[in-house]
Design a protein around this ligand. Structure first.
Ligand code: SF4
Ligand code: SF4
Length: 133
């Protein structure tokens, strides 16, 4: 139990430090989730990400699709009555997952040229932000 508590505390401080957001301020009002355009594809709702962070449920967060589905659209932050920036929290969770792998998960050289020409630049930049350290 002591070990679990230490792991939870470590996750708290890492995500809080990287995101600059105090997720304990979240009151679970759900306004973020109600405005999220991609919530139907998520396995954890945006407000649940905050809840599990508060509860120190590291496994649930690190195994969730939600931080990768998040489109970094800033809608949730604009709606949050506590001024929490969920984009930064989602990004901090992605970095937490990627960093131990010690390598970038998406390399420009591995994207086929024909795909590079077709993909919107915004999608490419977003992909690199999500999948590189
Ligand atoms: S930033 Fe992510 S979680 Fe927030 S509303 Fe947009 S897609 Fe949803
Ligand atoms: S809008 Fe803000 S306070 Fe409300 S559930 Fe979402 S993160 Fe928490």
């Amino acid at each position: 139990m002591q070990k679990q508590d230490n792991a939870a505390n470590k996750l708290h401080s890492e995500i809080m430090e990287r995101s600059g957001q105090d997720f304990y301020n979240c009151i679970q009002c759900g306004k973020c989730t109600a405005g999220c355009p991609v919530v139907s594809a998520m396995d954890l709702l945006p407000r649940e990400v905050l809840l599990y962070l508060q509860m120190g449920q590291e496994e649930k967060l690190l195994n969730s699709k939600t931080p990768w589905i998040c489109a970094s659209c800033f809608t949730c932050g604009a709606r949050c009555i506590k001024d929490l920036d969920l984009c930064r929290i989602m990004e901090a969770i992605r970095v937490k997952i990627l960093r131990p792998r010690g390598a970038e998960c998406l390399s420009p050289g591995e994207i086929p040229r024909e795909l590079l020409e077709k993909l919107p630049q915004q999608a490419l930049v977003s992909g690199f932000r999500k999948r590189t350290r």
